[in-house]
Design a protein around this ligand. Sequence first.
Ligand code: SF4
Length: 422
Amino acid sequence: MKKVLLVNPWIYDFSAYDFGIKPVGLLRIGQSLRSKGARVDLVDCLQGCARRKDEYGFSKIRKEKAEKPDMLKNIERPYFRYGISISEFMEKISAFSEIDEIYVASGMTYWYPGAHLAIKLLKERFKNTPVILGGIYATICHKHARLTSNADIVWKGNFLDKECFYQSGFYPAYDLLADKEILPIQLTTGCPFRCTYCASRMFGAKFEMKDPVSLFEEVMHYTRVFGTKSFVFYDDALLYRNAEGIKRFLRLVIASGVQFTFHTPNGLHARFIDEELADLFRKTNFRELRISLETSDEGVQQFTGGKVSNNDLKLALRNLKEAGFTKKDLGVYILMGASYIDMEKTMEDIIFINALGAKAIIASYSPIPGTLDYKILVENNIIKDNIDPLWHNKSIFSELLMPAYVRKAREIRRFTSNLNKT
Ligand code: SF4
């Protein structure tokens, strides 16, 4: 029997928070290999690292101070490795005597030191076992990963055929997770929009949707088998074609009589939140809704892809409030630090959101290779092509380019936090 080890590596960053992060892609691969007869185990560096869970079960993550790579030395804030200790990792991998294949996931491009460290330690332990690296970093920074990760194979894009996602009864191997209190689910793949700053299309350009009945069966399966009642949608365009998709799913949830909780950390499209959907959200216990705006500058909205207008947002918030949502559960994403959004305009955006009775949630800008934004930044010599992925870190990109950014960003965050409390 083939023995396979799945490894979800550490996060290296200045800050990190667990909004239901789970290595879903890795666990899908695990399930696929199991169906072909393999024995599959998981070492998850983030497992058991939740610290102080909030009312929704999200949490801070255990961390240790890490040495900063040279290019981050000038950043004054501390840098961390989030997850289990290295000795715990060594202990876990030592428990396996023979492994035939190792799959290592990678998250954000600038978290790559975690994947590199895991590969190094795995190769020391399992000298002749092939290591396959996949995920976001391996796809977006494919060349960097091939040249520097030491993995035997670096996989670009989705490892499995899309058919797996749509196959009825094919669920990620969530049984391998220790904490199943909150699980990710997905109704759709891809996104019909093409925002200039987003890398969504690099994992498949086409928008597709699974049958809402099969998603409902999946949710009921997790409730029955693991007792899970709280779910996080991982979709990029959950509300697109909502009459045939999410609305049908939510009606099934209501009919089941089971009390679930749903979260949407990926921003929702305001233009699809009509009265009926707002009402369904309320009846099915959606919490802390996140809606995308990025900026109230209508010129920039158009230039970056036209996914939302101020009017779309106003109507969506009106519908959500009429359905019974209050400011506590309504967050609107505002982008800070993009070269085409003036910081003073960001202040105005925050006031605009608060005047509409919602909280502004600041999302720091980072340039992602393969996006139109990135291309423009390279063409204008603002950044070099093939910069180290550490540069993509949302916490530092603008800071490294604009010395005044740190002070202004701090001021904006303080201002936002005060206004959101009102
Ligand atoms: S709508 Fe969202 S997921 Fe789709 S391209 Fe724009 S930012 Fe990306």
